[in-house]
Design a protein around this ligand. Structure first.
Ligand code: GLN
Length: 449
């Protein structure tokens, strides 16, 4: 059914870079055989899922939507993908994304844009736009994305699905092509909070992954307290966030409506302040590019992917392969990172960004003394038209609500709140919690469904 839905809808949505019917049907056959043999079936037996194309799966290409990795065949399988397979999920294909996950609209894919299933003239958000759109289009019930500065939560918001960035360290990054190693986190998209909870069980249930030194054991049953309600719990609101420039009226009133809905169920609203939040976007656009520059140095035209032919020597081969393999945004980030890490400049920006990171993390820790979760928008606005935002700085500002959570490392979930009053496009709220309290976030998210 999933393959049929892709066949029918993906011409218009273009969520996938590669569809893998052979892998899907082989996995489905294995489950059928297990059932016929009377074996116990894993919890997500037969559930199709889409995989962001920066995650390795043997038998597929992993291109990061870049010419640099065009045709690159995965040589091993990422732990996050393997855990979904172990839970019985069936891989139907690799989802489109911004090139190397740099972006908020999926327009920087080197191959093709993805269209928002609610209005195909609009972007699905990004960078995990293909994953979000595949779920929103009903092509798959679950998808995996990665979130370095909002790339799960923002496209989930713009496509009207649930998207969760777990706490840094909850899900293994082994086998996921790195962008910013101290910020990257894998998480699920689903149509409902319960589906996301089931996927979280699959992703973290087996405990820590020895192949990722930052992975931690935080296995809990994410479904266990899903419907406990929010009676007596405290919801933090950051007034400055609700008045931020660029926040549209319809998103503000939807998030205010969500706050009232939680209040009506017995939660208490409290005001909290994150005094250093103003520095979050600037700090992110120093730390992110610096780490990206370091991580993407491995694409040297020799070890992986695109190799420029007929070069007179190795240096030229490397520089021309990089010049022609990477797209504009990937180059911009790497040039910025190289500059920021150069001597003299490093102290001024990278150091300052790390200090801001410490302060923002401390702000969150202080805020959680007064509340259990913080409620805020996921995205300041609904999905925009393809091509509408062409200035990179404007694009960076659209990450206002998502970035500080990657900086502090805690978890966040975007929950759909129906359609906006004026745009008639999906609007969403985001719930953000203390580190490793991701299950609590899902309880609050379920209360908003
Ligand atoms: N939009 C942000 C960026 O462009 C976040 C991307 C992400 O989370 N991968 O860096």
């Amino acid at each position: 059914a999933s393959l049929d839905a892709i066949q029918a809808r993906d011409g218009a949505v273009q969520a996938f870079l590669q569809v893998t019917p052979e892998l899907a049907l082989a996995a489905a056959d294995r489950i059928d055989a297990a059932r016929a043999a009377g074996d116990a079936l894993p919890p997500l037996a037969g559930v199709p899922f889409a995989i962001k194309d920066n995650m390795n799966l043997v038998g597929t290409r992993t291109t990061c939507a870049s010419h640099m990795l065009e045709g690159y065949e995965s040589v091993y399988t990422a732990t996050c993908v393997q855990r979904m397979l172990d839970a019985g999920c069936v891989p139907v294909g690799k989802a489109n994304m911004d090139e190397f996950a740099f972006g908020s609209s999926t327009e920087s894919s080197a191959f093709h844009p993805t269209n928002n299933p609610w209005d195909v003239e609009r972007i699905p958000g990004g960078s995990s736009g293909g994953s979000a759109a595949s779920v929103a289009a009903g092509e798959v019930p679950l998808a995996l994305g990665s979130d370095t500065g909002g790339s799960i939560r923002q496209p989930a918001a713009l496509c009207g699905v649930v998207g969760m960035k777990p706490t840094y360290g909850a899900v293994s990054r082994y086998g996921v092509v790195a962008f910013g190693s101290s910020l990257d986190q894998v998480g699920p998209f689903g149509r409902t909070v319960e589906d996301v909870a089931l996927a979280m069980n699959a992703l973290v249930g087996a405990g820590r992954d020895p192949y990722d030194g930052t992975s931690q054991d935080c296995a809990v049953d994410f479904c266990e307290h899903l419907h406990d309600g929010v009676e007596g719990r405290r919801v933090g609101i950051i007034p400055a966030f609700m008045e931020a420039e660029g926040l549209t009226d319809e998103v503000r009133s939807a998030v205010e409506g969500a706050a009232r809905a939680l209040e009506a169920q017995g939660a208490k609203l409290v005001e909290v302040d994150l005094p250093h939040l103003d520095a979050a976007i600037a700090a992110y656009y120093v730390i992110g590019p610096a780490e990206a520059f370091s991580n993407l140095a491995r694409f040297d035209g020799i070890r992986y992917g695109y190799q420029e032919p007929a070069c007179p020597n190795l240096d030229t081969q490397s520089s021309r392969s990089r010049a022609h393999g990477f797209g504009a945004e990937a180059k911009r980030r790497q040039l910025l990172g190289a500059y920021l890490l150069s001597s003299g400049v490093y102290d001024k920006y990278y150091y300052a960004a790390q200090k801001a990171r410490t302060l923002i993390t401390a702000d969150y820790a202080a805020a959680y003394e007064a509340c259990d979760v913080i409620l805020m928008p996921s995205s300041p606005r609904t999905a925009w038209k393809h091509g509408e935002i062409s200035d990179p700085t404007q694009m960076y500002l659209s990450d206002l609500y998502t970035i500080s959570i990657n900086i502090a490392g805690n978890g966040g979930v975007s929950v759909p709140l129906g359609l906006g009053a004026t745009s008639k496009l999906p609007v969403a709220a985001q719930l953000v919690g203390p580190a490793f309290k991701d299950r609590t976030l899902l309880t609050f998210a379920a209360a908003l469904e």
